[in-house]
Design a protein around this ligand. Structure first.
Ligand SMILES: *Cc1c(COP(=O)(O)O)cnc(C)c1O
Length: 490
């Protein structure tokens, strides 16, 4: 058999008909522009119909299908049934909306399909650039270490592991927690700390008890005096406090911990100070609101998302350490097949694979680089500021409304409240507000989410949405009142 005989049956995954697929691809771009431009005209959310769910339960597709046909199926079964987070009246959880530029960045990223571990390639320099910009925005030095990761959970985990290794005081990377020298590690944060902390403590082999959940003050920030008392008691019991976690923008209410006070405690007890600023850290991008979060620069490490309040498409988060080598000291490896070269592709200027867990990693820096350049950081910051002012506006409307009661301070972009009703006790109010929330969501008009505050059911409106207008907030209150009346009058 000759080489050309063999190649007569060699297959690749490139298009069989480039021109046909190119035409479909152009259609995709046009359709997605239409889709994004008309997002307001569709419901904020709709249930996935049973027949669609059934259609998405097929046998393994052994045979190929033309791209145009797969795309038709996407348009019919996938595209119409999203979470709704792109919609201007989607206020649930802490979700991002994405942008046209972000979408195009994702496309170009996938087209280039760069391997982001290191190497002498443009992707590396783009990521370095983005990391320097992000460091500047949080008030970190330009030689801060950092890496883009999939999101806030991974960013926080990365930071907490660095904290532990930096403060361990024995050969933790070699001997692990099985060392006879291993102390009982403890870390601290407010009771409003996001649930990533439990995943992280469990994965790091510390167990969830290693996280000491400190009571929150009235305003849902960590109670600093209680924190001090817990650290002192743990030290007296022989534990090793290694990290204090401050949250800049708690997920329930947007509360911002007193980072300066936490810095003082961290220094006093030789702890690392990690800030979870998943969304709140981004308030620093707004000139008018930077002061609310600028104490974050005092942290040893900061984790935040760009796919929430940075309006970039999923997935993208970042973790920075003030020290330029702390991440390498925790994550660096020395495998022979990854040894840096003197010349050629394998020259590593920065080796991102040594700053985190992943080896093969995407070029997610591209969508950040493109978004920041095209939109301009001041403009993104202005939208972030607008969201904060919209939350203040909504908060004032709730306060002025005779049938609504606000359930938490509005410190950033989250407003928590409930509907009241004459003669209802607390349990009846919980049931009323739960039913109210489901009706508002099912109406497709708007999507707030829920939480419990002081044990009571709260409607929670989180504005991380660049498409929201003040009129949307007026309409939200009207819609809530209308549904509440219908339930009460039933
Ligand atoms: C969303 C969030 C996280 C987790 O981030 P993901 O990107 O969802 O993994 C952590 N902390 C806070 C405060 C958050 O809001």
């Amino acid at each position: 058999m000759t080489t050309s005989d063999r190649d007569a049956t060699t297959v690749s995954l490139d298009p069989a008909d480039w021109e046909a697929d190119r035409a479909v691809a152009h259609r995709m771009v046009d359709d997605m522009f239409d889709y994004l431009q008309s997002v307001r005209e569709r419901p904020a959310w709709q249930h996935v119909p049973d027949e669609v769910r059934a259609a998405l339960d097929e046998n393994l597709p052994r045979e190929g299908t033309p791209l145009a046909q797969v795309y038709d199926e996407f348009r019919e079964r996938v595209l119409p049934y999203p979470t709704g987070n792109l919609h201007p009246r989607f206020f649930g959880w802490v979700m991002g909306n994405g942008t046209v530029t972000g979408m195009l960045g994702e496309m170009l990223m996938a087209g280039m399909n760069a391997h982001g571990a290191g190497y002498d390639q443009s992707a590396l320099y783009v990521e370095q650039q983005v990391i320097r910009w992000l460091a500047q925005l949080v008030g970190y030095p330009q030689d801060a270490s950092g890496i883009l990761v999939s999101g806030g959970t991974m960013a926080n985990l990365n930071g907490l592991a660095v904290a532990r290794n930096e403060k361990a005081g024995f050969a933790l990377r070699t001997e692990g927690l099985q060392s006879s020298e291993a102390p009982r590690f403890t870390c601290y944060g407010g009771s409003e700390t996001h649930s990533w902390i439990y995943k992280a403590c469990e994965l790091m082999g510390l167990g969830r008890q290693a996280f000491r959940s400190v009571p929150a003050s009235e305003d849902y920030t960590v109670d600093v005096a209680a924190l001090r008392a817990m650290i002192e008691a743990d030290i007296a019991a022989g534990d090793k406090p290694f990290c204090i976690i401050g949250t800049v923008g708690t997920v329930n209410t947007g509360a911002v911990d007193d980072i300066a006070a936490l810095r003082t405690l961290a220094d006093e007890f030789d702890c690392w100070l990690h800030v979870d600023g998943a969304f709140g850290s981004l308030a620093a991008w707004s000139e008018r609101h930077r002061h609310l979060v600028e104490a974050q620069a005092q942290a040893d490490s900061i984790a935040f998302d760009l796919h929430k309040w940075g309006y970039m498409p999923y997935e993208i988060g970042c973790v920075l350490t003030r020290s330029s080598d702390a991440q390498d000291k925790t994550y660096g490896t020395s495998a022979s097949y990854l040894m840096p070269a003197m010349r050629g592709v394998g020259v590593n200027n920065t080796y991102f694979a040594d700053r985190g867990i992943q080896l093969s990693r995407s070029f997610r820096a591209l969508k950040a680089w493109m978004s920041m350049k095209q939109q301009g950081v001041d403009r993104i910051g202005a939208v972030i500021g607008q969201n904060i002012e919209q939350a203040q506006y909504l908060s004032a409307k709730v306060d002025a409304h005779p049938d609504l009661e606000r359930l938490a301070p509005t410190s950033l972009n989250i407003v928590c409240f409930r509907h009241l009703a004459d003669g209802y006790d607390e349990d009846a109010l919980d049931r009323l507000n739960e039913e109210l929330l489901m009706r508002v969501q099912e109406s497709g008009f708007a999507v707030p989410s829920q939480t419990l505050l002081g044990g009571r059911f709260a409607l929670r409106v989180c504005i991380t949405n660049h498409r929201t207008t003040y009129a949307d907030l007026d309409a939200l209150i009207d819609e809530i009142s209308r549904h509440a009346r219908a339930i009460i009058d039933d």
